[in-house]
Design a protein around this ligand. Sequence first.
Ligand code: MN
Length: 727
Amino acid sequence: MVESAPTPTIPSPQPLDSTRFMAGDLCAYLECYLEPEQIKEVYRAYLFGAEAHEGQTRQSGEPYIFHPLAVAKTMAEMRMDYKSIIAAILHDVMEDTHISKERIIEEFGEDVAELVDGVSKLTHLKFRSKAEAQAENFRKMMLAITRDLRVILVKLADRLHNMRTLGALRPDKSRRVARETLDIYAPIAQRLGMNAIRRELELLGFAAHYPMRHKVLDAAVKKSRGHRKEVMQKIETAICGRMEEVGIEARIVGREKNLYSIYRKMKQKRLSFSEVYDVFAIRIIVADVDTCYRALGVAHNLYKPVPGRFKDYIAIPKANGYQSLHTVLFGPHGIPIEVQIRTEEMDRVAETGIAAHWLYKAGDRHSATAQDRAREWLKGVLEIQQAAGNSMEFLENVKVDLFPEEVYIFTPQGDIMELPRGATVVDFAYAVHSDVGNTCVAAKIDRRLAPLSTPLESGRTVQIITAPGARPNPAWLNFVVTGKARTAIRHYLKNLQQDEAVGLGRRLLEKALSVYELSLEQVPEERLRALLEELQLPDVKALLADVGLGNRMAALVARRLSVTEDADASAMETTPAGMGRPLAVKGTEGMVLSFAKCCNPIPGDPIVGVMSTGRGLVVHREHCRNVADYRDKPDKWITVEWAPDGSQEYAASVRIQTANKRGVLASLAAGIADMGSNIEHVSFDERDGHATTITFTLSVRNRKHLADIMRRLRRIPEVLRIARARG
Ligand code: MN
């Protein structure tokens, strides 16, 4: 964004040594908290990055690697772990050079590659709609899609350095970058408690976005600074001296309010410059909590405190975990002095927020997600809160940002889709397009195959795999959460049922007409129209669908269509539906054709069909007990035969009696798998001391396949008897 586009033409004006010096400086700094091997890795990353960016320069003319090294330095100042430092050094290589993620995995491992990839993803983040363009949403999205908060920290450090070197950009561009910094990055830093970075981002953003206001305020500050310095010196010396007298070791820091906070205070509280600025502020940093209170006593003893301005944020910390003692003193000549007293540790937390907690816990889990990290951090803050019983406002704010109700998912093209929490792969597919949803068969989440029912997490890249003939599965309705997916699936299934019903109805009617040596085509137009009118149906399609769904009997319709008005219809009355050419069935018309669960017919079995009102055709085995009930209702059952299509799989049940021995089930399962079949269900029916009866429901292609499986299982010594289960 801020960086210059790679311009590999002019050799860098700086000698290579200056970059090596910078890298050396970084490594020397790291020595204060990292292991030597880790620092070696950091240096290797520098060499790798410098080579990748070789020949590229920034807008300012410096070698490009200056920038990533500066970002790494900021990460080091926050005491971040070495992987974050490496990621900072490499944060632009995927973006601006030809280095792939795979290459980074090879060189520096999966963790570093994920971090670099995460930073690149954030760089690619683009506003797609007006709603997204609102800073608040954008911030939320940035945090949501980041699975590792270190990515955000690199991004903040990246932005910080870009702001520090903003001068090299065109004014209009730097204004836009400044706006973004004030709207998005500074608030994120604040959310994460990183006040040092937040302050600097604000200051630089203010200067670049409001150059005139900045200039005026800056001049005002400079004008009154000379006099202030003297007073400040006096106060500091006085406090320092008194602390020494009572034996308190303290570090005293004079604080000057930054221009942006002066500006904001003037604007928000409608104060004049001198009202805001003519306040002196110092910070006293001591070793431990006890000393904080002692130091407070010393300060109050030196200058009178302003009544009602003392606040104990150590006993009652601020909502973001901030701890300090605050007081205001009447200084020399009645000048108010704001004093903060705290420990080194409190100071670090106040300055670096979430980053301050990083190294302590970095060891225990290496791949903690952003949410885990944030949760841990919040938990810490929450504990302080509960102990203090303080306001939850900040926490609510952070929660909304860090644990949003939505998930944000990337398409393979890098677009972002927003979905409600709990949304699955199928919801995502329908969000992309209803055609994609209707034909999806599988998905890859971050390039790994995943089931369609998988709930999605923010920041994942999801690729949907579609197949031309595929169609929605009614079972999807059990797990989809979006209205769009639900409606689309229902709509599709309803249409599908309609289409299948028409198809089956046509075949049933043709079969019934064949008894009269007729076909639908041969039926005179006017006879058909008369029947539709009588039945109050709009068209032939509706008639066929009715027949297919079992709401109307094909035989009756055929008879009505076969005879003329004056013919003697009674002669035909006994014509059973089951007569004539058998109807060919295959397993593909799932919405109007089903195979009875009681007898599980498979290709090769003699079968009959029974029309069931509203459900269409149910296929049973010929000798199924349940079909016997229909024997006296010949108009309901239909002769059917298997269509010669062998690709489908069908369920079949076998009962196996085995000796009671350990491992029998395992050898049965192995035998079944051997024969290319799956176990869909298993139950133990009877058991005594010697034998067990097990019923398997298997998926098979046809009778021969089933016979082969049974033959294979019979060879297992423990198998005593094996037979196909009857309906
Ligand atoms: Mn960068």
